[in-house]
Write a protein that binds this ligand. Structure first.
Ligand SMILES: Cc1ncc(COP(=O)(O)O)c(C=O)c1O
Length: 378
């Protein structure tokens, strides 16, 4: 444990990954744009070729590691996107003949990953996130993949319980920590081997870049992921990495406001007759709340609910003024969309995923309620 692990989230977020102060140098050095580095003689590190390492990544990776596992020795690897990070773990760890357990209600690109894994001779089993159902199909697995809270259904599974069960059976455990962010949940402390995320979402939070990362404590596992990044070359640009690091300074502020706004929106929606299937892990009567309260420190900024028909949902989205109709989530500006329009998730036509931004709570709730009223009239 270093003394930084005892600091509050806001303090750690503003200082995460910063190099030692050097007179006349900036606090966070600017992005290093380099395909190669001066390298006379033997090719020794840390910086040789731009696909392997870059000082801007190093600062960001240290920062994310400090947030994912305060005080612990971990390695973090940054990737060009969340999918690049997810694929790096799955494809670096799994071999033909292995068994992997995925959630059947996770991010909508997972079925594509499933197809690819199957094509390579990996057996893919799936089960829902709720009720720790992945436990039932774990025997013989090499890797268990969890996504909690799940996107877009917002079910929660017990990371500690599932990780212990997987380890007893000799399986590795990876958790997609995108929705929670490291300030909401620390999968490695709960027993996971890998914490993986799309940093495109709330971690960076401005909707202006794509990025992903993998954090793990075991250096051999990290070496496999690093090797995969080198082979595939799914590396982040220095500008994206620098913007991401810059954005971390406000993570606690954004996460707290997003969480408070999501709760306020969920509470407002709860009183509406036309809303069904309302989910937010922070709502005390949500099916996931008890478990979420045990393993999460913040409940995220995403609320999901269903309006009676596709047309009603479309009218609602069109009537919103402060909430942009867009995919993705976790940005400073609230967004919402009808998930059924993509065709990938098993959700009703009127299902809406709303991501609460950092607007004033009163304004956001008023906008949502007004749009509900207006959309009730044809
Ligand atoms: C839970 C989750 N994991 C991973 C991803 C993929 O991230 P990216 O779009 O950065 O590749 C997403 C994207 O929406 C997601 O919601």
């Amino acid at each position: 444990m270093d003394s930084r692990s005892e600091l509050g989230d806001g303090t750690r977020a503003v200082r995460a990954g910063l190099p030692e102060a050097v007179k006349n140098e900036p606090t966070l050095p600017g992005p290093t744009f380099a395909a190669h580095f001066h390298l006379p003689g033997d090719p020794t590190g840390p910086y040789t070729y731009g696909r392997d390492e870059n000082p801007t990544w190093t600062h960001l990776e240290r920062a994310i590691g400090e947030l994912e596992a305060p005080g612990a020795e971990v390695e973090t690897l940054a990737f060009a996107s969340g999918m690049a990070a997810i694929s790096a773990v799955l494809f670096s760890q799994l071999r033909t003949g292995d068994v992997v357990v995925l959630p059947d209600d996770g991010y909508q690109a997972l079925p594509l990953v499933r197809e690819q894994l199957t094509a390579y001779g990996v057996e893919v089993r799936t089960a829902p996130t709720a009720h720790d159902a992945q436990l039932d199909v774990l025997d013989g697995a090499r890797l268990l993949w969890l996504e909690t809270p799940s996107n877009p259904g917002l079910d929660v599974c017990d990371i500690r319980r599932l990780a212990a069960a997987a380890h007893t059976r000799g399986a590795l455990v990876a958790v997609d920590n995108t929705l929670a962010t490291p300030l909401g949940q620390r999968p490695l402390e709960l027993g996971a081997d890998f914490s993986v995320a799309s940093a495109t979402k709330q971690l960076t939070g401005h909707g202006d870049l794509l990025l992903g990362y993998v954090t793990c404590a075991d250096s051999e596992l990290a070496a496999g992921v690093r090797r995969w990044r080198k082979i595939v070359g799914a590396i982040p640009g220095p500008m994206e990495a620098w913007l991401a690091h810059r954005s971390l300074a406000t993570l606690q502020l954004r996460a707290d406001r997003g969480c408070a706004n999501a709760l306020a929106v969920a509470e407002a929606l709860r009183g509406r007759d036309e809303v069904s299937g309302l989910r937010y892990p922070g709502l005390p009567d949500d099916a996931s709340h008890e478990l979420a309260a045990r393993q999460m420190r913040r409940y995220g900024c995403v609320v999901s609910f269903t309006l009676p028909t596709r047309e009603r949902a479309e009218r609602f989205l069109a009537a919103l003024r402060l909430v942009e109709e867009a995919t993705s989530f976790g940005g400073v500006r609230s967004t919402a969309e009808r998930r059924g329009r993509w065709g990938g998730d098993a959700v009703p036509e009127g299902f809406i995923r709303l991501s609460a931004g950092v607007e004033d709570t009163r304004d956001l709730v008023a906008d949502v309620l007004r749009a509900l009223d207006e959309s009730s009239v044809r």
